[in-house]
Design a protein around this ligand. Structure first.
Ligand code: 2M8
Length: 431
């Protein structure tokens, strides 16, 4: 507990916490949500600030951007790359990215509000509730163009689980300019340096491949050319995915929104409650033969590349009891999702499994936390307890890594990673 708090203190920038001082020195949306969930246990006021500071970056159209930049800090694609000012909806005095991230923030607002009392709680909810309503409405207004209830993501970074295999299938469709293809083939140092500053700190075999980083950059450039206008982007998108992760989190977030509204004696607007119910029902279409998948919005096909995505319908309460039991069986399969340190982002037997590479195999504490919540929702407390025990063992053994080998527990990525520390605190404090 003391070590986890020290990691958060180290990464604290006053009103927000960076995921890592070395490679992520800005404010990330879902990182801040997880961080606040940890901080709420020992400093609810600071946790509240972590979340209210997100509102400063919120766009006029309701979008909460995935990064709020500190213009003085570095990053390979910083505010000079994103140029959020190109959109009339961006805030004038704050630099942000032009896309969002999984909407975990309502879950955090619920957790923090529950720890605040009296006036501070009221003030916090008065600010956060309208911000969340505007944010959830943004998802539905701008990212559900066919009014199906399933929101569409247009960049791998919106998904949070950046390079998980289902997304790589779609990303491969992004065409690289000839000069970039040639540069990559020739391994031009100047290009690789631009694309891979992180590999100065973390070994390249633990990060995104250079060609994937190049595609992510070009895709972000396309979004910038369209001034981050979702309607324009979705007319002819390079990549458009009905993400299982985001839609499940959106359903869970809608439930949190109800709770927060209740705490303040308010109600969630009927349009939003109706959309959340529509999403919940629509998620059933993403189920086939015992598993759930994301769907390609352009082709209409399920992306049947396995990943831990499949467990998120538990979090959203979407699965029937029978489907849930199938998912739990799958989760407990030692050859797939239950090696020594579960839950790998990709099943161990999958050809794309790589125990070191970012979201293509390693175990992450935030996804474990979301899966535990889903297990408890369906009464699989023993499994949730076991996952909690192994997650804490992993951190005790290897420290507050960004991610870990599911096979050996070795720490990969950057050290002193904020959400690993914050969610460790939550696991230690909650039953
Ligand atoms: C990773 O994503 C960023 C881009 O947003 C990156 O690759 O540089 C992901 O793990 C994402 O989920 C996370 O929010 C972010 C900061 O921790 O890093």
């Amino acid at each position: 507990m003391a070590k986890a708090k020290a990691v958060l203190a180290r990464n604290d920038r006053g009103d927000y916490t960076v995921p890592s001082l070395q490679i992520y020195p800005h404010q990330w949306l879902w990182d801040s949500a997880f961080i606040a969930i940890g901080q709420a246990h020992y400093d609810p006021d600071r946790a509240a600030r972590e979340l209210t500071s997100l509102v400063k970056g919120q766009w006029r159209n309701g979008m909460m951007p995935h990064i709020i930049f500190d213009p003085a800090a570095g990053y390979w694609l910083d505010h000079n790359f994103w140029k959020s000012g190109l959109s009339p909806d961006s805030p004038k005095d704050v630099f942000t990215s032009g896309i969002s991230q999984p909407p975990v923030v309502a879950l955090a607002v619920e957790a923090v509000a529950g720890k605040l009392e009296g006036q501070s709680r009221q003030k916090f909810i008065d600010l956060m509730l309208p911000a969340l309503i505007a944010y959830h409405r943004w998802w539905y207004r701008e990212r559900d163009p066919r009014n199906t209830g399933l929101v569409v993501l247009v960049h791998i970074w919106e998904n949070g689980l950046d390079n998980t295999p289902p997304w790589m299938v779609a990303l491969n469709k992004v065409r690289l300019p000839v000069w970039m293809r040639a540069g990559l083939a020739l391994q031009l140092p100047i290009l690789l340096k631009k694309l891979r500053p992180d590999t100065k700190i973390v070994s390249a075999n633990q990060r995104l491949k250079a060609s994937d980083a190049a595609r992510a950059l070009i895709l972000a450039q396309h979004l910038r050319q369209q001034k981050y206008d979702s309607a324009r982007i979705l007319q002819d998108p390079d990549v458009a995915i009905e993400s299982l992760t985001t839609n499940c989190i959106l359903v869970a977030a809608a439930e949190s929104l109800e709770q927060v509204a209740q705490m303040a004696g308010a109600t969630v607007p009927v349009d939003l409650a109706a959309k959340a119910a529509q999403t919940k029902a629509a998620l059933n279409a993403l189920y086939q033969d015992g598993q759930y998948y994301s769907r390609n919005f352009i082709t209409g096909r399920l992306i049947k590349t396995p990943s831990l995505n499949t467990f998120f319908p538990l979090l959203a309460g979407v699965a029937s009891e029978e489907q849930a039991s199938q998912l739990v069986e799958l989760l407990k399969d030692q050859k797939q999702y239950w090696p020594a340190y579960p839950v790998p982002s990709v099943p161990v037997i999958s050809p794309s499994f790589d125990e070191r590479r970012y979201w293509q195999g390693p175990t992450w504490i935030n996804t474990n936390w979301l899966i535990m919540k889903g297990l408890r929702r369906y009464g699989y407390n023993q499994e949730a307890d076991e996952l909690k025990r192994r997650s804490l063992e992993l951190v005790a053994k290897s420290g507050f890594g960004e991610y870990f080998s599911p096979l050996t527990g070795e720490r990969y990525g950057i050290d002193n990673f904020a959400w690993t520390a914050a969610l460790t605190i939550d696991l230690l404090e909650s039953n």
